[in-house]
Design a protein around this ligand. Structure first.
Ligand code: BJW
Length: 242
């Protein structure tokens, strides 16, 4: 039996599926991943654009970067991998939850309904001084600097930068969903950024089958029940279409 047949066997009869995704899920739509050749971090100091300190130092530079990323995301379209996930989610009696590190909104644009955005969204803004609440903002380019209507401090993208906590309660919710899943499907993440990377440990520790889709091996590949080597846009339709 080959890997795809074994994976399909593990999915057979399953209702509760959690999909833990990363930048690789959006790669075939045209979004750059972060790490590796041609990645967003190549030739760039992460601290400049993806830390609270970087934003304090140069908010205009950071906003410019996120305006470009918004524009890029809006120009992309979901691909057959997203569509296969959403078709599975729409099966009668299916309970599929997406736990995604992606901030590009592509899963939602494909029609996904239950999406936990661990690292926030390119399309929301919040107060950099911590006033509660976030609001949707789809403008490209983003006209900056914009003051928080409550306190006058600067608005910032509602994404999670390094050294920041994830949105309140989201990690616990993701952990609960994974703990009660019948299968965990991990797609397109290098698995190096914490705490998202550790979520797969919950499934491994509870003997919940873990399937991984990625063209490259990751630290999870040798631990997963089935490693499906290949791009999401090809592997997911053949894994999930019945
Ligand atoms: C394909 C494909 C195709 C290609 N099909 N696949 C413990 C130890 C050490 C450090 C830490 C630790 N705990 C916390 C830290 C610090 C830090 C961290 O993890 N650092 C590591 C890098 C070492 N974590 C944090 O700071 C987190 N906060 C936190 O822990 O708070 C507690 C705390 C408070 C105070 C002090 C200290 C701690 C927050 C992390 C936030 C991450 N934010 C970013 C930016 C979001 C906004 C934006 O988009 O600009 O999130 S960084 C970036 O990495 C982004 C991603 O969501 C995240 C993960 O990357 P992802 O998605 O895996 O992408 P890649 O590029 O790495 O991988 C792509 C994969 O796709 C590859 O495997 C390809 O092969 C594959 N692929 N084509 C399928 N077609």
């Amino acid at each position: 039996m080959n890997a795809i047949e074994r994976a399909r066997g593990l999915l057979s009869g399953v209702r509760r599926l959690v999909v833990l995704s990363g930048a690789g899920l959006s790669a075939e739509s045209g979004m750059a991943t972060f790490r590796g050749a041609g990645g967003l971090w190549e030739g760039r100091r992460v601290e400049e654009v993806a830390t609270p300190e970087g934003f304090q130092r140069d908010p205009a530079l950071v906003w410019e970067w996120y305006s470009q990323r918004r524009g890029q995301a809006l120009a992309c379209r979901p691909h057959p991998g997203h569509e296969a996930l959403v078709a599975w989610e729409r099966r009668p009696e299916a309970h599929l939850v997406h736990v995604t590190q992606n901030v590009d909104g592509l899963l939602q644009r494909a029609g996904a309904e239950r999406v936990l955005e661990l690292h926030g969204s390119l399309f929301r803004v919040k107060c950099s001084a911590g006033c509660p609440g976030e609001r949707e903002d789809l403008r490209v380019p983003f006209p900056h600097p914009q003051p928080c209507p409550r306190c006058g401090d600067l608005l910032r993208p509602a994404v999670v930068w390094f050294h920041e906590m994830l949105p309140a309660g989201i990690l616990e919710e993701a952990a609960r969903e994974i703990g009660s899943a019948e299968v965990l499907l991990v797609v397109g993440t290098s698995g190096v950024v914490q705490p998202a990377a550790s979520l797969a440990d919950i499934a491994l520790g509870a003997a919940i089958p873990v399937l991984e889709v990625n063209p490259e091996e990751t630290p999870l590949s040798s631990l997963a029940d089935v490693f499906l080597k290949g791009p999401a846009g090809k592997v997911l339709p053949s894994l999930l279409d019945s």
